[in-house]
Design a protein around this ligand. Structure first.
Ligand code: PAF
Length: 277
């Protein structure tokens, strides 16, 4: 597996446009990322993974500086998963000038949920992913469903700009107890790691409650929130949404495909999770 740091080196190494499958990451990889690489590999194309901690998607008070940079370990893991090329640019390579041109996603999708609590986040994500797409020119790109809204924003961006890229979602990988794997789990203390299970358990109860009593959605969401607050969490949102547009379901949607999404802070770590149901 080759590790390339410049756009020029990457372009030379690739056989041409639409000739690879691509897994963008910010590094500090775990089994969830490796599963995306293995999924990409199934297409029989060379697999490119990028590792770049994108400053544009972090607010000034967020964890950009302390986000773990673990390139050597990531490279070993990627080799084991069958990745062919790693694109690991530094900040000067990706943003030689301040990135003044940005991709601003549809506010109806990007200013709710994560976008409401992290203003500008999806502009930062869309801008770097568009730039990575123009650099790598993949045929297929794979994103984890753990970042459910991100996957939807990217799908919409690809559709609206008619990019010739197939976007695939990869299932969320979980610990045996049900904790969604995340690079940010590394910030949790052993006690917090155990407590973190409460997020997916609360989402599961909320989904079950909604199927039993769809008319009580607001009450069920408030109860889910109170349950986490009582355990010492600070929830941002715990909510049932339609899978198609992430809007609140109406009574007509009660048996439609839905997703329950949550984001909450445990100590100083913000965790997100979701379950389709
Ligand atoms: O999901 C991530 O790791 C990042 O948001 C992404 C897609 C690599 C863009 O920086």
């Amino acid at each position: 597996m080759k590790i390339l740091h410049t756009i020029g080196e990457l372009r030379t190494a690739l056989p041409g446009p639409q000739s690879c499958a691509f897994v963008p990451t910010m590094g500090n990889l775990h089994e969830g990322h490796l599963a995306l690489v293995r999924q990409a590999k199934q297409h029989g194309l060379p697999v490119v993974a990028s590792i770049f901690v994108n400053r544009l998607q972090f607010a000034p008070h967020e964890d950009f500086d302390r986000y773990p940079r673990t390139l050597a370990r990531d490279a070993e893991l990627l080799t084991g998963a069958g990745c062919d090329l790693v694109f690991a640019p530094d900040e000067r390579e990706m943003y030689p000038q301040p990135q003044a041109f940005k991709v601003v996603p549809d506010p109806a999708l990007a200013d709710i949920l994560e976008g409401h609590f992290r203003p500008g986040f999806f502009t930062g994500v869309s801008t770097v992913v568009m730039k990575l797409f123009t650099i790598v020119q993949p045929k297929i790109a794979v994103f984890g469903k753990k970042d459910y809204q991100q996957l939807m924003v990217i799908r919409r961006m690809v559709e609206q700009f008619a990019l010739p890229i197939t976007i695939e979602g990869g299932e969320t990988r979980r610990s045996d107890q049900g904790l969604a794997l995340s690079s940010r789990n590394g910030y949790l203390s052993p006690a917090e790691l155990t407590e973190a299970l409460a997020l997916s358990q609360t989402l599961k109860r909320l989904a079950e409650g909604y199927r039993a009593q769809p008319e009580a959605l607001e009450t069920l969401e408030a109860q889910a929130r109170e349950a986490l607050v009582a355990r010492g969490w600070q929830p941002d949102y715990l909510t049932v949404r339609r899978r198609g547009d992430l809007q609140t379901p109406t009574t007509a949607d009660a048996s439609a495909p839905l997703v329950v999404l949550g984001a909450a802070r445990l100590g100083s770590t913000r965790l997100i999770d979701n379950l389709e149901f």
